[in-house]
Each structure stands twice: as structure tokens, then as C-alpha cells.
Design a protein around this ligand. Structure first.
Ligand code: CP
Ligand code: NVA
Length: 317
């Protein structure tokens, strides 16, 4: 593993080893902080992570920065507003300069092709911290959360409902089959809300290899029937222009996760959202603040998962 740009780069065993490491680090930190300090707290001593942001963030920024601190390294937050990236300075030159000074880099960018360009010109590991196309770090934390909750991922079914032409949906469609899970996607029957065709194709191939299923539904009830996990994400992703808001709310409202919709999933089902979330849009307050919601475990696990990813990429695991 040289970079983490998209989960398609991982094999099921790569994914499993990252999840194992993330769980090991979290468990030790919580149960035996002294032992954590001895084993991990200087593991990335002298290492610097550059964090390049073209869009806002709460969880991703903080989890990487805290993660680096807790592993003994240093993180630099670099907003694209302060950067000439892609304008006065080419992406290739940016990657070459950062490679001369830092040990690892993460970037949250609009265009996926830009992160591919960064990686192609970099001699240090590059982590995709979200593009319009994929959000691999989120899904690693999600799969960790699912494993913690159910004791396994294999054989479970996750239903994602809502805007599905979406980075989180795309990465779930790849990550779930890699973890031995089935994925249902419930979305309006229109190209702008459906997963991109190349993701559908890759997800189906991975599901065939895993003996699982990826299925697309035109309505929310069929999508969530008897599933173990109901997942949704913002209807207004960072890159969606504000003027689309009214149209999107109207079109996506039949896919809102309500208590009634949760009632079609298994009794043991949980609710997930990568956050940030809008109560009254992609889910009701009753669902996200209710007993089936595990959204804050999911948010916390970003920290532990990020550490595992950085340790793996730096060969320090
Ligand atoms: N889930 C997630 O990536 O959150 P942020 O946008 O706050 O980083
Ligand atoms: N789909 C969302 C994910 C946020 C973490 C977005 O791109 O804004």
C-alpha cells in the first residue's frame, strides 16, 4: 500500500489488517493508557503530516491532527485558500515540494483527478481525505464501527438511502463487499442521484468475488427491508451549490430516514451517518438522536482508523 486514494486499491486482507490495527490501538488506548504510551506514543516521532484542505471539515481535520499528536508526530493544517495550488503553482510542483519536506500528506479536494495527480507526482504517501468521488477514510472508520457493534462484518447487509451520486455511497459500495457485506442503495431513479457507473461495475465485481450482493432500489422501504444497518449522508454535500437545495430536498424527501422507515429494517438494526447531519433533511432528529443511532461511535472511530492508516502507510505498524 503506497497511497490511500480509493478503497479499490485495497484487498480484503489489506482492509482487514487496517481494521485489526485500528481496533488494537483503540482498545489499548482505552483499557491501558500506560501501555499505549509505551507502545505507540512515539511511534511517529519526527514525522510530519501535511493536511491540505480545499473544503471545510470537523472530523477529518481533527482526527488526523489528534491522531498524529497521539503517535508522537506533527501535523500542519494548510488551507487551500492560502495556497496557489493549481493556479500559480501546478499540482505536480506542489506534490514535489511537499515530498521534499514532509513524510506523509492528506488532501481534501473537489476533483478526484487532482488527488490522482498529487499522488502521481509525490514520493511520500498521499491519503484521500475526501474528493467528490470517494471518501475511503470514512468508510474504514464505518466498517470498524460495524465490526465493533456486531462483532463481525461478514454476512451483514447495509442499506444506504438518499443522494447516491456521492463520495460516501461510492466508498461504501466498494468497502462493504471487501468486508464481506451486502449493500443496498435506495435513491431517486435519476442519473444525478445514482452512483456513477464505474463504481457500480467495480462494486459488482467485488461482490461477485466475495459472494455478496450490491443492489439498487428505487424506493427506500424496499432498500431497507430486513437490513442490519441503515446509512444516510447529507443531501447537500460540500460541493453542491446552494441554489440546488430546494430541488434536492423535494426530490430526496421520500428517502428521509424516519422512525417509520427504520421499522422496516431488522429489530437489531443500527443507524449511521458520517456527519455532518441535518436533522429534518436526510434523517429526522428522532432517528439520529435515538437509541439505534451509532453516529458518534462512528465519528470517534475516525481517530483510531486514521492512526492505523498512517501507521500502515509509513511502515510503522
Ligand atoms: N465525516 C467527515 O468527513 O466529516 P468532516 O467533513 O467534518 O471531516
Ligand atoms: N458527502 C459529504 C460527505 C461529508 C463528510 C460531502 O461530500 O460533503
Amino acid at each position: 500500500m503506497r497511497h490511500l486514494l480509493d478503497l479499490t486499491e485495497l484487498s480484503p486482507s489489506d482492509l482487514k489488517s487496517i481494521l485489526d490495527l485500528a481496533v488494537e490501538i483503540k482498545t489499548l488506548m482505552k483499557k491501558n493508557p500506560d501501555e499505549y504510551r509505551v507502545k505507540w506514543s512515539t511511534r511517529l516521532d519526527g514525522k510530519t503530516l501535511l493536511m491540505l484542505f480545499e473544503k471545510p471539515s470537523l472530523r477529518t481535520r481533527i482526527s488526523f491532527e489528534v491522531g498524529m499528536t497521539q503517535l508522537g508526530g506533527h501535523a500542519i493544517f494548510y488551507s487551500i485558500k492560502d495556497s496557489p495550488l493549481g493556479k500559480k503553482e501546478s499540482i505536480a510542483d506542489t506534490a514535489k515540494v511537499i515530498s521534499r519536506m514532509c513524510d506523509i500528506m492528506m488532501a481534501r479536494l473537489f476533483k478526484h483527478e487532482d488527488i490522482l495527480k498529487l499522488a502521481a507526482n509525490s514520493t511520500i504517501p498521499i491519503i484521500n481525505a475526501l474528493t467528490d468521488y470517494a471518501h475511503p477514510c470514512q468508510i474504514i472508520a464505518d466498517l470498524m464501527t460495524i465490526r465493533e457493534h456486531f462483532g463481525r462484518t461478514e454476512g451483514l447487509t447495509l442499506a444506504y438511502v438518499g443522494d447516491s451520486n456521492n463520495n460516501v455511497t461510492h466508498s461504501l459500495m466498494i468497502g462493504c463487499p471487501l468486508a464481506g457485506m451486502n449493500v443496498h442503495v435506495g435513491a431517486p431513479d435519476a442519473e444525478e442521484f445514482l452512483p456513477q457507473p464505474d463504481v457500480m461495475e467495480k462494486a459488482s465485481e467485488l461482490a461477485d468475488a466475495a459472494g455478496t450482493k450490491v443492489r439498487i432500489f428505487k424506493d427506500a422501504i424496499h432498500a431497507v427491508k430486513n437490513v442490519d444497518i441503515v446509512y444516510t449522508d447529507s443531501w447537500m454535500s460540500y460541493h453542491i451549490p446552494d441554489q440546488q437545495k430546494a430541488m434536492r430536498i423535494k426530490t430526496l424527501m421520500p428517502f428521509q430516514v424516519t422512525s417509520n422507515l427504520m421499522g422496516y429494517a431488522k429489530d437489531t438494526a443500527v443507524f449511521m451517518n458520517c456527519l455532518p447531519a441535518m436533522r429534518g433533511e436526510e434523517q429526522t432528529a428522532e432517528v439520529i438522536d435515538g437509541p439505534k443511532s451509532i453516529v458518534f461511535d462512528e465519528a470517534e472511530n475516525r481517530l483510531h482508523a486514521q492512526k492505523a492508516v498512517m501507521l500502515r502507510l509509513l511502515g510503522a505498524a
